[in-house]
Design a protein around this ligand. Sequence first.
Ligand SMILES: Nc1ncnc2c1ncn2[C@@H]1O[C@H](COP(=O)(O)OP(=O)(O)OP(=O)(O)O)[C@@H](O)[C@H]1O
Length: 243
Amino acid sequence: MSTEAVLELRTVSRVHGDGPTAVHALRAVSLTLRPRELVAVMGPSGSGKSTLLHLAGGLDEPSEGAVLVEGTDLATLDRGELAAVRRRSLGYVFQDLNLIPALTAAENVALPRELDGVRSRAARAEALEALTEVGVGELADRFPDEMSGGQQQRVAIARALVGPRRLVLADEPTGALDSKTGEDVLRVLRARCDAGASGLLVTHEARHAAWADRVVFLRDGALVDDTGIAPPPEVLLAADGRG
Ligand SMILES: Nc1ncnc2c1ncn2[C@@H]1O[C@H](COP(=O)(O)OP(=O)(O)OP(=O)(O)O)[C@@H](O)[C@H]1O
């Protein structure tokens, strides 16, 4: 297994606007994710967590610094190439799931693969595999409104993981799920990282961050700890009991 960084942020800053009203959403953040690593990002509201995730996923561009996905600086890519990296290497799980209501679970999961040129029969097979991996294989032919919130969330994770993607970006993926279902979703994410992917997980909850290998903290756009040495005590306690 390669130990090359799957994601590397090199002294990345993001400033919105300019002059006295400029907002420094991120300040000189450096962060490296290696294969199999799940890193949690915590910090108060407005500290820059979503901005970090958007930059990592090529949905936003840094004002300074560089974002590298599997060794490629995203700034060197044209629009088409960036779109291809986003489809092939990256998976997103956001709070609003963005499942397409008119498509079944399997069709939702297969869609990004078909957009990437995979034949529909092969894309469906990949989708079934991804759905089975997250424990909802038997719901493949149901529509989103025929599933519970937790089941829909698993479908969204399957869609983020389908095919050869190696980097999963999750912004509060447990959203409004009850705590049991939320834990299940994190267990799936953890298992996927153990199987070779890398994950960046934004969360407000220390017990969710406990699933991560490392926890990094943002404050006013700056990383205040990237060592994992000094997370809050509750994170350490919870990590000990990780299932
Ligand atoms: N498009 C934008 N224009 C101006 N300011 C922005 C923009 N996007 C984000 N910001 C500002 O950048 C800062 C970081 O925002 P971000 O959404 O990354 O924080 P967050 O930690 O994810 O917050 P939350 O936990 O509330 O979701 C905030 O001050 C926010 O108001």
